[in-house]
Design a protein around this ligand. Structure first.
Ligand SMILES: Cc1cc2nc3c(=O)[nH]c(=O)nc-3n(C[C@H](O)[C@H](O)[C@H](O)COP(=O)(O)O)c2cc1C
Length: 98
């Protein structure tokens, strides 16, 4: 079974161009890959926090620490995916910082 990771990052929840294009891309991929599983990661409606001191404290010494739980989940989503759709609006000549 194909797994599609769909990442949204526009802060515009009403008429975002990247959200519209990304949704169309995912719909097309679902049609081309019958039964595909879609994992949605919306970085605006469910923000990923910046790296905190508690995260750095355990990063190299305690891989199972609860402070790294979200990081482990995010990595697992990428590893499990066959296709990744990244919606990326341009903010200040770059991607948003998360
Ligand atoms: C905070 C902010 C910064 C932006 N910075 C740029 C920019 O540097 N260059 C550019 O061409 N457009 C810039 N834009 C315009 C957006 O890239 C454009 O509105 C795009 O459609 C946003 O994606 P979205 O429709 O998916 O939200 C900016 C928009 C916002 C809200």
């Amino acid at each position: 079974m194909t797994t599609i990771l769909h990442i949204a990052s526009s802060s515009n929840l009403h008429n975002s161009v990247s959200r519209e294009i990304g949704a169309a891309a995912v719909e097309g991929l679902k049609k081309a890959n019958a039964g595909a599983k879609v994992i949605t990661r919306d970085l605006v409606q469910d923000p990923v926090p910046h790296i905190a001191p508690a995260f750095v404290d355990v990063l190299y010494t305690k891989p199972d620490a609860p402070e790294l739980a979200l990081s482990r989940t995010l990595v697992a989503e990428i590893v499990a995916s066959d296709i990744i759709v990244i919606e990326a609006p341009m903010y200040n000549s770059t991607f948003r910082p998360y």
